[in-house]
Design a protein around this ligand. Structure first.
Ligand code: ADP
Ligand code: ZN
Length: 610
């Protein structure tokens, strides 16, 4: 048997490679360079961990995630792999020991942060040992226009000339053509083979609903859908500002949810503690800015919620991708409203970048808005963005409850002509959505009287919609680029796209907003951690899970690095009675057999005889 298959079975305990893994591993084992685009949960780590164990020498894994290195290395050591890391959090004597082990040829993998690898001293030191390969994880961090740019990644291109004979493999879950091309050239991977997987994450349900009272909506969502076997599930909530992160976390806590805030403004120790808790506790909800989450390979995150509109589809897809790495049903939920669009447009308008930069930002936002407003399948639209094509999925809100569309041309004309008339008849003045809606609905308030806007011919011609209905129209017209918010107060102006609408030359199809989350509630059922087990086997699964929690606590490791839920599920179903049968279970290799085999067999035997 060729070495890579033996490593897969003996060390990792898996019987077969998944998807592109087999080809990638063979290519890198043979010394080739590779660029790997695979969605989160696709199994990127094996693509370099297996070759690292097959090839002579030690592999360098470049990872930006210093806070996670200890856990990544801990998980490998659980498998009996000789792994270590070098970073600034170590004591000098620990670092010296790792360096000694490397030079003595006693390591198979060494994790290093990019800033360390760009230092000359590190490079000289590494050159004194034998390198088997270089893996560049989260390779999209080299992309300057991307959402996770790390300047230290730019220097990684030099590794091509420094060690021309060492194969390099770059991996990322970000899949746009632009990022792909950019990382290939910046990392000097011109001669690499490219492996692009399907980016679909079929176990994630996508839902985007209109934002009303976002806190209540979020709470409702978490209570109904963020539940596994009747208990609070683990999840991540994203919000854009530190302030809203803290407010949302406090609100959830006040409502009995185990929620913690995480953002870059918090003390480093507080952040590390949160990360630590997130990886170890069950049923914890982290409310975070986008600074949280990259590289976190906690497999059982059951939901990712966005309380604010993300800036791009790349960001949204990365963040939602953190749900359901274990392949079990998970939900990506978002609330989105007029204020989100206004804020982001204004944000881009006032950003310091040059015109070209602003144009890029604005295109990213347009694609994100199109996803929010599409009456078609969300997943289709998402994958389309990555140039991949699928049929409507049947597992997103628009597939499950196709939204009605309606001809909004007349309301759009009414709104546009109000904007145009205000500009023309009132000395180039422009107003925000609230005031325009007041005019259209014929509100008799002090501001309208004072400004004399009751004299406009469009005053009171829009009583067919209530204020909420009008906000939906405004939001969609902004999303369609027919009107744009302008300046600090977000006053609305018509764009060149308004002309054809006003002249009746183009129609405006709008989406009927879902009335209330009530509809979602019906579909919600919460999920189960082990959906395929019988009632009886589930009892055994729970016993195994409690045992695992105790073992993990004792070893100070995240529970899933002891044995994954999938492995526990298979154990509860198959009920092996001896060591050979145990080895046939997915996720149990030689090392885990030696470590836990006897204990597991004992638990299984006890359960059977009880
Ligand atoms: P990624 O880094 O692409 O997000 P991981 O490498 O963390 O994904 O893998 C996701 C999950 O799939 C992990 O729990 C991993 O153990 C599991 N996995 C990966 N490859 C295989 C395989 N060939 N057989 C069974 N499980 C696998
Ligand atoms: Zn769909």
């Amino acid at each position: 048997m060729p070495d890579q298959y033996r490593v897969l079975q003996d060390v990792f305990g898996y019987d077969s490679f998944r998807g592109d893994q087999e080809q990638i591993v063979s290519h890198v084992v043979a010394g080739g360079d590779a660029v790997v685009l695979m969605p989160t949960g696709g199994g990127k780590s094996l693509c370099y961990q297996v070759p690292a164990l097959v090839r002579d020498g030690c592999a360098v894994v470049v990872s930006p995630l210093i806070a996670l290195m200890a856990d990544q290395v801990g998980a490998l050591r659980q498998l009996g792999v000789r792994a270590a890391f070098l970073n600034s959090t170590q004591f000098p004597e620990d670092r010296a020991e790792v360096e000694r082990a490397y030079l003595a040829g006693e390591l198979d993998l060494i994790y290093i942060a990019p800033e360390r690898l760009s230092q000359r001293g590190t490079r000289e030191f590494l050159s004194r040992g034998e390198l088997s390969l270089i893996a560049i994880d989260e390779a999209h961090c080299v992309s300057q226009w991307g959402h996770d740019f790390r300047p230290d990644y730019l220097a990684l291109g030099e590794l091509a000339e420094l060690w021309p004979d060492v194969p390099r493999i770059a991996l990322t879950a970000t899949a746009t053509k632009r990022t792909h091309a950019e990382l290939t050239s910046r990392l000097h991977l011109e001669n690499a083979r490219h492996f692009v997987s399907s980016f679909d994450r079929p176990n994630i349900t996508y839902r985007i609903e209109p934002k009303a009272k976002v806190k209540d909506q979020l709470l409702e969502f978490i209570r109904t859908e963020g539940v596994v076997d009747g208990e609070q599930a683990t999840g991540i909530v994203y919000a854009l500002s530190r302030k809203s992160v803290e407010e949302l976390a406090a609100f959830l806590r006040a409502n009995g949810i185990n929620a913690v805030a995480y953002h870059a403004g918090l003390d480093r120790r507080v952040r590390e503690d949160t990360l630590h808790r997130f990886l170890r506790e069950d049923g914890i909800v982290v409310v975070a800015t986008i600074a949280f989450g990259m590289g976190i390979d906690k497999p059982d995150v059951r939901f990712v919620a966005h309380a604010d509109l993300p800036k791009s589809i790349e960001g949204y897809y990365q963040e939602t991708g953190r749900a359901g790495r274990d392949g079990l049903p998970s939900v990506a939920w978002m609330a989105y409203g007029l204020a989100d669009v206004m804020n982001q447009r204004r944000f881009i308008d006032q950003s310091d970048g040059d015109a070209a930069h602003r144009r890029v930002q604005s295109q990213l936002l347009d694609a994100m808005l199109a996803l929010c407003e599409t009456p078609g399948c969300r997943r289709q639209q998402l994958l389309q963005y990555f140039d991949q094509h699928i049929e409507p999925c049947g597992n997103c809100d628009t597939c499950l409850n196709p939204p009605a569309t309606w001809d909004g041309t007349v309301p759009a004309q009414k709104l546009l002509s109000t904007i145009v008339r205000l500009d023309r008849e009132f000395n180039h003045s422009a107003y925000g959505a609230g005031h325009l809606i007041d005019i259209l609905r014929g509100s008799d308030n002090a501001r309208i009287r004072q400004l004399g806007h009751g004299s406009l011919t469009t005053y009171g011609i829009g009583t067919e919609l209530d204020a909420g209905g009008w906000r939906s129209v405004v939001r969609q017209l902004v999303a369609l680029g027919i009107i744009v918010p302008h300046g600090e107060y977000g006053v609305l102006r018509a764009t060149e796209k308004a002309g054809p609408v006003l002249r009746g030359e183009s129609t405006v199809m709008l989406r009927e907003d879902a009335k209330a989350p009530a509809r979602a509630r019906k579909a919600a059922r919460g999920v189960s951690a082990a959906p395929d087990l019988s009632e009886q086997d589930r009892g055994l699964f729970e016993v195994l899970r409690r045992w695992r929690t105790a073992v993990a606590k004792e070893a100070e490791l995240p529970a899933y690095t002891v044995l994954s839920n999938k492995t526990l599920e298979e154990l509860a179903h198959v009920k092996p009675t001896n060591r050979d049968e145990l080895l046939a279970i997915n996720g149990i290799g030689q090392n885990k057999l030696d470590k836990y085999g006897d204990q597991v067999l004992e638990i299984l035997a006890d359960f059977e005889s009880a």
